[in-house]
Structures are given as structure tokens and as C-alpha cells.
Design a protein around this ligand. Sequence first.
Ligand code: NAP
Ligand code: SF4
Length: 674
Amino acid sequence: MTDYPHLLAPLDLGFTTLKNRVLMGSMHTGLEETKDWNRVAEFYAERARGEVALMVTGGMAPNREGGVFPGAAGLFTAEDIANHRVVTDRVHDAGGKIAMQILHAGRYAYGKECVAPSAIKSPISPFAPAELDEAGIEKQIADIVTAAARAREAGYDGVEVMGSEGYFLNQFLVEHTNKRIDRWGGSLENRQRLPVEVVRRVRAAVGDDFILIYRLSMIDLIPQGQTWDEVVTLARKIEGAGATILNTGIGWHEARVPTIATSVPRRAFAWVTQKLMGEVGIPVITSNRINTPQVAEDVLAEGCADMVSMARPFLADAHFVRKAAEGRAALIAPCIACNQACLDHTFSMKIASCLVNPRAAHETEITLDPAAQAKRIAVVGAGPAGLSAAVTAAGRGHDVTLFDKADSLGGQLNMARRIPGKEEFHGLVDWFTASVDAAGVTTRLGTEATAAMLADFDEVIIATGVVPRDPSIPGQNGPNVLSYIDVLYHGAPVGDRVAVIGAGGIGFDVVEFLTVDDSPTEDLDEWMSEWGVGDPAQMRGGLRPEGPQPEAPARKVTLLQRKAQKLGKGLGKTTGWIHRASLRMRNVEMIGGVNYERIDADGLHVTYGEARENPTLIEADTIVLCAGQLSERDLADALQANGQTPHVIGGADVAAELDAKRAIDQGVRLAATL
Ligand code: NAP
Ligand code: SF4
């Protein structure tokens, strides 16, 4: 008997059956653009082997003007069709099913050629779109239909028509972006004409025995977004036009509400999809922040949807469904919703991967074959670098011993998981713990490894991490000064007025910790109130007219840095704005361009600029030092002095710009070579 009966139940679509209720949602990985079709095929085939019922590819452009960026992949030539055939064949051989997403970006297309219902530039693009005339609209429909027909020719099991997230079809639906007065704008019927026409003509072109998913924006999260009545009306028309399945889209890309970041509560939008259940006769898929089999099972068991879509969880673990079915859920690598290696890469024009699983989209580059010869390997340091190296090496058949002077596994992850909004890090530590166990790694916790203890190993990996940088500020040894470790790890008492020195990732984390008493991530109602999200049945687009209503901050905090630039500039590309907005909501004062002159009982004394002008007292009961970190290399240096050649990884290797992504990547890549 399985723990996940709803999740693992098949879904009969009439002409075909899906083996379970899990869809791998569309993600732009950048793989198609590499034109390395073996690599693309391996990425999807690996997930098919992991038993997901149906996968959706990254968005394929129906034409040049609709591509998300210049050069975006699509099915434009016979050669493209043949290349995609490599992917679909490999997926089918692995027992999987795959649908191709057709993505017309409209005014979100990053290029001068972009087109839209009206010539209104989006706030997230530098390009103003050209307004389409009647013939232009007909051309867009024809191109989308052609793309669908070619997808069928290339062997896909279906297509997903992207109608949400503020892309082209979504742009026709609301007056925010559609000011037309012809038959494609004005009345609701006219605004909804394009998506319905697209689905009707795609269905006519591909025949009845082909999956047609329509991704429908169920809560726009923008001013003048759709009402719930409009959403239901459209859903029914899309069903009537021939869609097989409706998928959920949440929020336009320009929305100022986080929808998938780690601080968004799990299954935060399942209630929106649930409102559509019973309104249509075709299956409905829910999505966003579903990342464990239990959450997915609960969502289905409660009747929120007929299927769940998970996207990033399949970067973290290609075998999510298989492990759930085999009773090995604890060994599913969890997506922590950080965006650091997936979306942040995509927006930097890099190939996507995963912080937790560096092999994601790099399956042909990092291979983990059994080791030719089993070695005795010591790993010192049980933070993310050491853990990933230990688990990977043991998984390849090596005999691994993992040392840490702390009594528990996790290293700096144990600080991250205490931050409100970063609760997902608990799951990451739990997964590493289960994996260490399953891989048969011997742990020596509470043990400070010495050079003598390491003498008999074939390989030694030093992952001893970092120590806090000493900022050498006069008065920093006073009783009112704490380090971030005192605050986050040892739970030292902190006063009501706080100055935080250093505005890197840790400075921001410490401020979040000190200003938030009860994490809104753990309480959906509170989170919705904090970001101003409401029921689209009561307010257009699901935005509360009163706007965000955050809880009062727990303390008065000032965050400082010496650089004159905007604070938080180095935070994640797709998540930095959320951290900055969160701190602004808590009235945190953010000050750059300071010199730290001294600390005394009154607080922190600073001056400004090179001339050290404008001496100012930041009144504070507690000053917290978050001034960056330096490599902890004592053991590595001692071994090297002995003539040994340890492998040094993670923060012990390079402390600057260290994060768990680099640490885990380095650990896995090293262990793959031993
Ligand atoms: P960091 O990002 O390098 O920031 C260090 C901060 O200390 C900077 O604001 C820097 O600003 C300041 N600083 C540097 N030298 C100083 C000195 N001598 N005196 C006073 N201030 C000084 O390091 P971190 O905050 O310790 O974070 C460590 C790593 O953990 C980060 O690189 C980050 O990637 C990772 N992390 C990431 C997140 C995340 O949200 N993704 C969260 C936590 C940690 P000025 O030089 O301008 O003063
Ligand atoms: Fe999830 Fe982060 Fe991996 Fe992206 S990088 S898939 S958000 S864990």
C-alpha cells in the first residue's frame, strides 16, 4: 500500500492514459539552444526514467517575434523537427510522455521585433511592442498552429499552449495591456477571442488524439487583472474549443508578489485552482510551491486539482516519482525554491542547473559511474561541500568517513534554516542526513579531525568552511556586539534597536531573523496579507485594494555597508527584489557609503564618504557583525606542510561569494572524479 494513492493513480484521457498525476512543468533550461540534442534528450529521458507521467518542454517560440529572446529555439525547419525527434524518441524509449510548450512572449519578448495587442511597454522590458493589425494577429495564430502541427510531426505526445504569466495570449485578456477597439479588444468576448481561436485551430490541426494543455492565468496579480468570473468563462470556452487539460498559471512576470520563491508558503495557490474544480469537465492541474510527495498528495486528496505540476523539483531530483512510489521519499533531493541555479542562471543567459543537484541539465557532463577502485576517503567538514562530496563518493562505491567538530550535519545550512522564509533548508539538511545514511558514509561527529587522524586515507577532502571576517572596528569587543553566529546559531539575546554591519546574504538574513517573529511562510493567511493577495472572486487580479499589510517589525533595525551602491545588489537575480521589499516593509533603514568609526554603549558611530564627513550615531542596543567570511584552512595548511595533497573545496577553498550552490557543485564534481 502506497502513502500516495492519489498521486500515483493513473489518469485516463480517453485516447491515452497518464501513469500518475504528476506533470513536470515547463522550464527554460537553455539546453535546446545549445543544439546538443543528445544532451537535451538525456535531460528529458532521465526524468522519464524517474516515472513522471508527462513532461512539458521549455517554451518553444512559434516565430521570431514571439521568442522570449533573440535566437529562442522553435520548430522552424525540417532540421529542427528531426532534432526534436531525437528527444521524443529517447523519452518514449524510456517509457515517458512529453508535450512541447508553445510560448509566444508578446510584449515580454526581449527584442525590438516584439508585438502585442497594444503598443504598451511592460515594466520589465526595455522594448516597446508594436501593435498588431488584423493580419498580424492572423499571422500569430497561424504560426502557433504551425508550431503545434510540427510538434506532432516531431513525435511529441501533445502541446501546452502558454496562456498565462502575462505572455502574449494573457495580454489580450485584460485592459491593462489591451486597449483595442476592434474584434480583438473591448468587450470580454473580444478580449477572450484570441486564446479561444488559438485552441480551436490548434485542435483542428493536430487531431483528436493529441494532448492539448492550456495554461490559464487563474490569478493575474496585476492591477486591472481578470475577475474570477472572467477566468471561469475563459476556462469553459477553452474546454469547448478542444483543450484536453487546463494547467494553472499564477501571476504575471511583472507582478510585485513573489509566486515561487522559497519564502512563498508551500502550495500557496492550490486554493485558486480548487475554485475551478467542478466548473469544467476536463482535468485541471495545480501548481506553484509543491515540492514533496506528501504536499502533492494532500493537494490531490483535498480535491484542489486532478493533477499537480512540479517543475523545479524535477531539476532537484529526476527520480522524484519513482522514489515516492518505492517508499524512498526521504531520499528525494528537495527543491528549496532558491532559484539560484535555475532561474537566476536563465536570466543570466547560462544553462540552468540546480543548487541541490548540479547534474541537472548536465547529465552528459557529470557522470557518476561506479568507481574503478574503491578507496578510503576522509571528508572533513559536514557543510554542503563536504556532505555532497561524501554522499557522491560513497554512492560511487568508495569507503567514506565524514568528520565534523559539530554534533550535527549541515554546517552553515543550520543557520540558514533558522531564517524566517528559509524553512525549506530544514528539508535540505534532512535529505543530506538520510543520504549519508543510505550511502553508508561513516560519520565522526563531535570530532575535530587532525592531520594524524587522516594519515591512513587514500584521499582527503577538506571542506572546513569559513570563519567570520574581523572588521576591526574600535569597540567591537564590547558587550553589545555580537557576530551573526551568536545570533543565528547560539540564540544570543538581542536588544530592540539593532545595527547590522554588512549587507551581504548573511546581513540580509540576520535582519529578516531579527524583524520577523512568526514566519509568514508558515501561515498562508498572514503571507497573503503581507503581500496584498486576495480572492480574485472579490478583487480584480487577486490584489487587495489596500495593498500589502505586513506585520509590525519585531525590532528597529539599521542595515549598513561601506559601498555606496544600493544594498542587496549582489543577492539573487530573481529573488533580490523580494528580500529588499521584505526589509522595506519592515521599515528597515538601509544605509550605504559609511565608514565604521567606533562602537560604544550608545551604539555605532559612522561617517560618510572618503572625507569621513557627517559623523552620525546609529543608536543601537545591539550591533551585529556580518562583515563577510574568510577560508578556514588551518587543517589544509597543516596537511600540505606534511607533504600531503588534500582536495580543498567549498568555503575552505574560496570564501568570497561562497554559497551552497558553489559548495555542492564543487563537492559533486570532485567526487565524480575520484
Ligand atoms: P558577503 O555577501 O561577501 O557580504 C559581506 C558584507 O560585509 C558586505 O556587505 C561587505 O560590504 C561587508 N564587509 C566586507 N568586508 C568588511 C569589513 N572589513 N568591514 C566591514 N564590513 C565588511 O558575505 P556574507 O554576507 O557573509 O555571505 C556569505 C555568503 O553566503 C554570501 O556570499 C552569500 O552568497 C551566501 N549567502 C547567500 C544568501 C542568499 O540569500 N542567497 C544568504 C546567506 C548567505 P562592504 O564591503 O560594502 O562593507
Ligand atoms: Fe529548486 Fe534551487 Fe534547484 Fe532551482 S536551484 S531547482 S529553486 S533547489
